[in-house]
Design a protein around this ligand. Structure first.
Ligand SMILES: Nc1ncnc2c1ncn2[C@@H]1O[C@H](COP(=O)(O)OP(=O)(O)OP(=O)(O)O)[C@@H](O)[C@H]1O
Length: 601
């Protein structure tokens, strides 16, 4: 299975993503921010021009004009101060809303893809890590754009005024070009260093999460692993820092050279006006105006370097967001192409030469698996660790697509069926279930969202899962908060597993019911009773309700209840049939069954 090739987003697409996010997240605030910055730029330039007016008026003893100029300066300064305050509030509002919008977008992009292959793609994982690191920069997207706009507007205004004084002065900003190029160069170096470190960064986060997670606490202490994790964390951090430092030093050298060039231009401009003033070709007011505009250009160019680097970073992050959007679109079939799942199973599910490799690996985990799983049957998947049982279930759930062959549902290729719709018709109980630390009824009711708060549905699901007693869990029965971190109660491993089983029983009339070692934390008697109940429920169901029920367990008593037993070894079906037939055949199944029966005797 090859990784989807997604071209990096171009500059135009990045800019559209940037503005699209901000104007969708906070349209009014974003517009006001633009207006505010442009008005602030006008006020700054007006205040600079006021210095010329006031100086010339004072030198010519024109009190009326001097007062008018002072009024202009005071008004401009007051407006700039007012806009400064408004600007702060607007940026905060836009950043907060854009941040929320981006979080939602990332959760949607990662979760809406019907398969889970992307979680194992290295490129996808790296892009996601980088976006998470750059989240705050992303949230300040519009601020970066607006600050750059202000720099451009200020420079353009200052150049226009200088050109009216002496056209040569309009060349002053050209001396700032090397600084901009140097900035681009250093931003590129820093960006590449971050990209090189993305995998390291993920590993470092993983080490941190393991070291600080309560569930890992027992093993870490007993195996004495904390120091080892710390040492690995430190080694990775040092490697990343070394790389970042090298990039920063090279960028600094380029910026220093560029700063020297600008300083030369600045001194030349000031000297030019001084000479003109000495020869009477310029007024003192012009000299003052030139000095303040040169200072403004200097300040704006210094900001430009910083803001352009900020914008550059934000645009790269916007590029990643665009990349993820494209990736999600590639991995999700376009609406209209997929057909809805059938209302009920008529014939059953066919595995037709199913072959599978996990993304980025070469090993065949399933190799030409073919079988008919009849509607209304209970099928047990049996085999040693790593034989491919869970993988086969994941394919049946539409979480991965077969690398070769096909899975057919009543004759239709599963790949053509709407994956999300198909997944909504499955009752799944997984060995690595999630411990949702909500209230008990929510934790179960999540199995069928429309009925999440329906006590009857939840109690019924718990009963079918053989966990009636949990409905009366102290202190508040179904309304008991789970998880000590939230002031609630913690459950035993087996109780958590029963809740997960309850979740699987929430859905009425599933097309496929999957029980992938959902009983590993339960005792053998409870497991036997549970699978017995499941088998009886399936057999007593009417003809309109005939799901394929798949059971995986390492305890062979499960297989005795199944209509069909599939024995997997090394990703292939080595035996298939009902329990009695397989025992009589005296093959691998009979051997494993006999071994286990002897151990229990
Ligand atoms: N996400 C993954 N990426 C790469 N390889 C994987 C992944 N998950 C499982 N495998 C590999 O696929 C093979 C089959 O794993 P699978 O989980 O299907 O076995 P299983 O029969 O369910 O085992 P068990 O009884 O231990 O649960 C194993 O060799 C495993 O290493």
């Amino acid at each position: 299975m090859t990784e989807p090739v997604i071209a990096p987003a171009g500059w135009w697409r990045r800019a559209r993503t940037l503005f699209g996010v901000c104007f969708r997240a906070a349209p009014w605030h974003a517009t006001a921010l633009f207006v505010c910055q442009l008005a602030a730029t006008g006020a700054t330039l007006a205040a600079a021009y006021g210095t010329k007016l006031i100086t010339d008026a004072a030198l010519h003893h024109e009190t009326g004009r001097a007062i008018g100029a002072a009024g202009l300066m005071a008004g401009a300064a007051g407006l700039a101060a007012l806009l400064g305050r408004g600007y702060l509030q607007l940026t905060t509002a836009v950043s907060e809303r854009a941040g929320r919008y981006i979080d939602g977008r990332l959760m949607h992009l990662a979760g809406a893809i019907p398969t889970i292959e992307h979680h194992e793609r290295r490129q996808y994982a790296d892009q996601l890590t980088l976006i998470r690191q750059e989240r705050s920069a992303l949230a300040g997207m519009l601020n970066a754009a607006v600050l750059n706009l202000r720099v451009v507007a200020s420079l353009a205004g200052a150049v226009a005024i200088l050109a009216t004084l002496d056209p040569i002065l309009a060349l002053l900003p050209l001396f700032g070009l090397p600084a901009l190029l140097a900035n681009r160069y250093s931003a590129g170096l820093a960006q590449r260093a971050r990209e090189r470190g993305a995998s390291d960064s993920r590993l470092r986060n993983h080490l941190y999460r393991v070291a600080s997670s309560p569930s890992a606490g027992k093993e870490l202490r007993v195996y004495g692993l904390i120091d080892e994790l710390l040492a690995r964390h430190r080694a990775i951090s040092e490697r990343m820092e070394r790389d970042g430092r090298r990039a920063a030093l090279r960028g600094l050298a380029a910026s220093t050279g560029a700063a020297v060039v600008f300083a030369g231009g600045y001194v030349a401009a000031v000297l030019l006006v001084l000479v003109a003033a000495a020869h009477g070709r310029a007024t003192v007011g012009t000299l003052v105006l030139t000095l303040s505009l040169a200072a403004l250009i200097n300040g704006q160019l210094a900001s430009a370097v910083q803001y352009a680097s900020y914008l550059n970073r934000v645009l790269s992050a916007a590029g990643r967001l665009a990349w993820l959007t494209d990736y999600a679109a590639t991995a999700t079939p376009p609406p209209g192409q997929a057909t809805p799942p059938p209302a009920r199973l008529r014939d059953g599910i066919d595995l037709d030469g199913v072959t599978f490799r996990y993304p980025g690996t070469d090993a065949l985990v399933l190799d030409g698996v073919s079988a008919h799983l009849p509607a209304g049957s209970v099928v047990a998947l049996v085999g040693e660790n790593g034989s491919g049982k869970t993988t086969l279930l994941k394919l049946l759930l539409g979480l991965y697509r077969p690398t070769g062959g096909a899975i057919r549902v009543d004759g239709a290729d599963l790949a053509t069926i709407d994956a999300a719709g198909w997944q909504r018709r499955i009752g799944p109980a997984f060995q690595d279930f999630v411990r949702f630390e909500f209230t008990l009824d929510e934790s179960v009711g999540l199995g069928d969202l429309p009925r999440v708060a329906d006590p009857e549905a939840v109690t019924g699901a718990l009963r079918r899962a053989g966990a009636d007693e949990l409905a009366d869990l102290p202190p508040r029965g179904l309304r008991t908060q789970l998880g000590t971190a939230w002031g609630g109660v913690d459950l035993s491993g087996g109780q958590w597993q029963k809740l997960a089983l309850g979740r699987a029983f929430m859905r009425d009339r599933p097309l496929v019911a999957v029980f992938d070692e959902p009983t590993a934390a339960l005792d053998a008697l409870t497991e036997h009773a549970l699978f017995d109940t499941i088998a009886r429920q399936v057999r007593s169901a009417g003809p309109a309700d005939r799901p394929v029920t798949l059971l995986v367990s390492h305890r062979f008593t499960t297989a005795t209840m199944a209509d069909l037993v599939i024995v997997l070894a090394g990703g292939r079906i080595v035996e298939i049939g009902d329990h009695d037939t397989l025992v009589r055949a005296g093959g691998l199944y009979a051997e494993l069954h006999e071994l286990q029966a002897r151990a229990y005797r």
